[in-house]
Design a protein. Structure first.
Length: 221
């Protein structure tokens, strides 16, 4: 399994020197392309923590990942916002940290011009929004109208909501071997697994004394 970090600003190949000069972390298409070319494994893990950036650079990276022929797993470690959220949609499996977020919103630009320029730019931005929404739609199965509405509202998705809406497939660190018990206590509580073992013990008593069985379960928790 090979790792590729999607960290910092998402920028174009031409702009990456600026970010390097000022010591700012960035991710750009050529970097990802070179990393993919070195991968000999059948699986690539993306470690994502980025506020986003250039939508076309993100589109280029998304396309590279989707077409590389490798299985892609994305770990959203902190924030996958804007353009970075688009890149995460290239993954076959998106895993999100319980403390992380995915943020989606509509594209923006800093155009200066007359009313005709602004009207034209509005058409361009609407087209870009629809292309971004298509990447979300392919991953989540949600309708584009719903996705565009979420983007217009600048929606922040925590781990649970991201999974519920299909932007992520699973929450990291949630093991399948033991049920999660959420507590608010100053004392350590027995695990859910220990409690289930106790219930099974009561239902089908064994030859050991009840006291011995209780101690065994508590020692194993």
């Amino acid at each position: 399994m090979s790792n590729i970090d999607i960290k910092g600003y998402i920028v174009s190949n031409d702009d990456k020197d600026f970010y390097d000069f000022y010591g700012m972390t960035s991710t750009y298409p050529k970097m990802v392309q070179d990393a993919i070319a070195k991968v000999e494994d059948e699986e690539i893990t993306l470690n994502i923590a980025s506020n986003g950036g250039d939508v076309f650079a993100a589109s280029e990276i998304y396309t590279m990942l989707k077409s590389c022929g490798k299985r892609i797993v994305a770990n959203v470690q902190g924030l996958a916002a804007s353009a970075a959220s688009v890149i995460s949609m290239a993954a076959d499996t998106v895993r999100i940290s319980p403390t992380a977020h995915i943020m989606i919103h509509k594209a923006s630009s800093g155009l200066v011009g007359n009313s005709d320029d602004m009207e034209h730019q509005s058409t361009v931005l609407n087209s870009i929004d629809e292309s971004i929404a298509l990447a979300y739609e392919m991953k989540t199965g949600l309708k584009q109208t719903e996705l565009l509405d979420l983007m217009a509202k600048e929606t922040w998705l925590n781990a649970k909501t991201a999974v519920d809406k299909g932007f992520a497939d699973e929450i990291m660190f949630f093991g399948n071997d033991e049920e999660i018990m959420v507590t608010n206590s100053v004392h350590q509580m027995p695990s859910k697994t220990a409690i289930n073992k106790f219930k099974n013990m009561i239902a089908t008593p064994k030859t050991n004394s009840l006291r011995e069985q209780k101690l065994k379960i508590l020692l194993e928790k």
